[in-house]
Design a protein around this ligand. Structure first.
Ligand SMILES: C[S@@+](CC[C@H](N)C(=O)[O-])C[C@H]1O[C@@H](n2cnc3c(N)ncnc32)[C@H](O)[C@@H]1O
Length: 318
């Protein structure tokens, strides 16, 4: 296959623009209506190594400036997916989707779903219930928008269920391509032994972004992540023949993103496959399907790999 053309600055002829620096320095270079999907997880202002802690109102004002620019660069049929959790102050949680929603609404965006991303691992709280979900706010810029539901259908729970009366009696009642994945997504987060884990403390699982890329863009469209970390959004876009733009202020994360893209180009990047069932310790058998797939970009098709450890290794205590 041809190599992925990576540019370090804005370049419309590239397949991937990986900008090392502040997203607010990259954004002015991107033309109006250029990207089909903005998908990101911004810093949550929790004092992680890569962020400076701001007062909440300063944080919200900064997010507004980034979001305004993201709306400007968004295609009229495009979507913005802002993935956030909680800001925590003195043991009190402030859900960031609630805080940020008014910004998007004031810019005329349309909220299509508030997706609950449920996962199994995280800190064990002692003074409140442990947090096991975060939120993706999915907005569209206009009334008409790209939404490829068939591309992201999931297996029916009861695929053999049939109509038992009426004119369709005896026919299968479910959609032949599977069911709508709903607005509650159970996808393991990238912790400890997850096959995609890098040094980044809070990277996206690839499958989370694959679903958004497949549903909300078409082949050849541009996907933009202003806070791209170790490049997960770019991987999800490139393996499905989209193009990607991302900014990241930490040079080491940019380097890891480049390494992950290079592995994918060689068909050697290991990812947890979409649709792999989440581990259930009470299931009749602890045997699970292959642990990961090795994926390639473009014509390098996913290869299922058998793994020695047929026991799922996602279950652990932190
Ligand atoms: C929640 S993490 C995103 C991780 C990413 N989703 C992934 O899969 O790797 C937020 C990232 O934003 C980066 N960041 C913080 N401020 C930034 C800025 N002004 N411009 C670009 N990146 C920034 C941080 O270094 C961090 O890697």
């Amino acid at each position: 296959m041809e190599r992925v053309k990576i540019a370090a600055k804005f370049d419309q002829t590239a397949d991937l623009i990986l900008y090392e620096g502040d997203c607010m320095d990259l954004l002015p270079l991107i033309p109006d209506n250029f990207v089909k999907l903005v998908v990101t997880s911004p810093p949550y202002n929790l004092g992680k190594p890569y962020e400076s802690h701001l007062e909440l109102d300063e944080y919200v004002a900064w997010q507004r400036r980034v979001i305004e620019e993201c709306v400007r660069v968004l295609d009229e049929r495009g979507s913005i997916c802002w993935q956030v959790g909680n800001y925590v102050e003195d043991g009190e949680i402030i859900p960031l989707d609630i805080v940020l929603y008014p910004i998007f609404a004031s810019l005329g965006l349309h909220l299509r779903n508030r997706i609950i991303w449920h996962f199994g691992h995280g800190l064990h709280a002692s003074k409140r219930f442990s947090g096991r979900y975060e939120v993706i706010l999915w907005f569209t810029k206009g009334e008409e928008y790209t939404f490829n539901l068939d591309a992201v259908r999931v297996p029916q729970k009861y695929p053999k269920k049939k109509y038992f009366k009426g004119p369709k009696k005896g026919q299968f009642s479910g959609h032949p391509l599977g069911k709508n994945p709903s607005d509650v997504w159970e996808i393991p987060n990238v912790k400890a032994n997850h096959v995609e884990k890098t040094i980044h403390p809070c990277q996206f699982p690839v499958e989370l972004i694959e679903r958004l890329v497949l549903a909300l863009t078409n082949k050849g469209d541009w996907v933009f992540d202003p806070f791209i970390g170790v490049g997960t959004t770019a991987i999800a876009a490139l393996i499905h023949e989209r193009k990607a733009i991302g900014a990241e202020i930490v040079p080491e994360y940019i380097e890891i993103a480049r390494q992950r893209i290079a592995l994918a180009e060689r068909g050697e990047l290991r990812i947890r496959p979409m649709h792999r069932p989440v581990y259930d310790p009470n299931a009749p058998s602890r045997m699970v399907p292959p642990q990961f797939v090795q994926i390639g970009i473009g014509p390098l098709q996913p290869r299922l790999l058998e793994d020695d450890s047929t026991y799922d290794i996602e279950e652990y205590d932190e």
